[in-house]
Design a protein around this ligand. Structure first.
Ligand code: PMV
Length: 337
């Protein structure tokens, strides 16, 4: 017998970043984070549990997953199988091997949040295939075992991930923020720098290296906690300039802490800085444009839908920019028919 389901999840970009863990083995973040889910960056994943297979296998587009990528799935699949084993109607499937087919409509592992949409789609598809009685919050907590940002991609719009305080991580999950009407007024311009090459330092290892060696890590954590409160207030007030200023400062603080690691973690390329300066120039000219950067050289510009095309047109001609994508706000992870 085979139990199969397909799900679509969207990437998200953090406006207040998660960078550093309070527990590495349970993948618990040191601080909360706030993100915007992006409609244009999607992962579609089909999971087939097959009683004739005892091992798990995955393809990403046309290629087979590497052993490291497969190992990354293990915590999520283990958690889902534990729920299946405890659910009488699903228990018979708890030992079946999973065949996973996943497809991104954007470059994998290039600092474009592929792990976020990837794990969110995987958990949503697998939970449906196994017919597990899981709420979105419970799927979020399981997706977090794969990657912290994945906990946020279970939901659409503006999303808050809570760091939680419990040692077992049971209170570490994301939820949609209250002011989703404000989320609908936002857009993002994704400015890819330097082609589709995979990033030099995976975020998971890099943030741990930063925690252990950067003299600015503690200051980053303090700043992130204050930024979270301020961003919550800005979102509640639908105050885009306040949120944009905060998001840009927060990303720069995260990168400053990473750059101060020993040895340094420098994600930026010269083009990254050129784009940043142009974003400042666009803002000086009165546009709504604030930059954020993750574990890669790309720049994402927070803006409003009516100005996104103008911003993309201003940034696309910069030498070293390989592609610009305009995205509206994405919805929650869903099972497709
Ligand atoms: O969840 P991970 O391991 O992909 O790490 C996410 C790290 C950042 O993208 C840099 C920040 C964030 O909150 O998404």
């Amino acid at each position: 017998m085979i139990a199969s389901a397909t799900a679509v999840a969207h990437a998200n970009i953090a406006l207040v970043k998660y960078w550093g863990k309070r527990d590495a083995s349970l993948n618990l973040p040191a601080t909360g984070s706030i993100s915007l889910t992006l409609e244009a960056l999607a992962t579609t994943t089909t999971v087939r549990f097959d009683e004739h297979h005892s091992t798990d296998a995955m393809t990403l587009g046309a290629r087979a997953a590497s052993p490291k990528e497969l190992a990354g799935l293990a915590p999520c699949l283990q958690a889902l199988r534990a729920v299946a084993a405890a659910t009488p109607s699903s228990a018979h499937m708890a030992t079946w091997g999973a065949q996973i087919e996943t497809q991104n409509n954007f470059p994998t592992a290039a600092g474009l949040a592929s792990s976020a949409s990837g794990y969110a789609a995987l958990v949503t598809a697998a939970a449906a295939a196994l017919a597990l009685p899981l709420s979105a919050a419970q799927r979020s907590a399981i997706a977090r075992l794969g990657s912290g940002s994945a906990a946020r991609s279970i939901f659409g719009g503006l999303v808050r991930l809570h760091a939680g305080t419990r040692a077992d991580g049971a209170d570490c999950m994301a939820e949609p923020m209250a002011n989703q009407a404000f989320a609908k007024t936002l857009a993002m311009v994704i400015v890819e720098v330097g082609g589709d090459a995979a990033k030099a330092h995976a975020s998971r290892d890099a943030m741990e290296h930063c925690r252990l060696t950067s003299p600015y890590y503690g200051a980053w954590v303090d700043a992130a906690r204050a930024d979270l409160l301020a961003a919550e207030a800005a979102i509640a007030a639908s105050d885009l300039p306040a949120l944009g200023e905060l998001a840009e400062a927060n990303a720069l603080a995260m990168h400053a802490a990473a750059i101060a690691s020993r040895p340094a973690i420098i994600y930026w390329q010269p083009t990254t800085l050129t784009v940043l300066r142009e974003v400042h120039e666009l803002r000086r000219r009165g546009l709504h444009a604030w930059a954020t950067m993750d574990a890669g050289p790309h720049v994402k510009v927070l803006t409003i839908p009516s100005e996104a095309a103008r911003i993309a047109a201003a940034l696309a001609p910069i030498a070293g920019v390989s592609r610009t994508t305009i995205s509206g706000v994405g919805g929650e992870a869903v099972v497709t028919p």
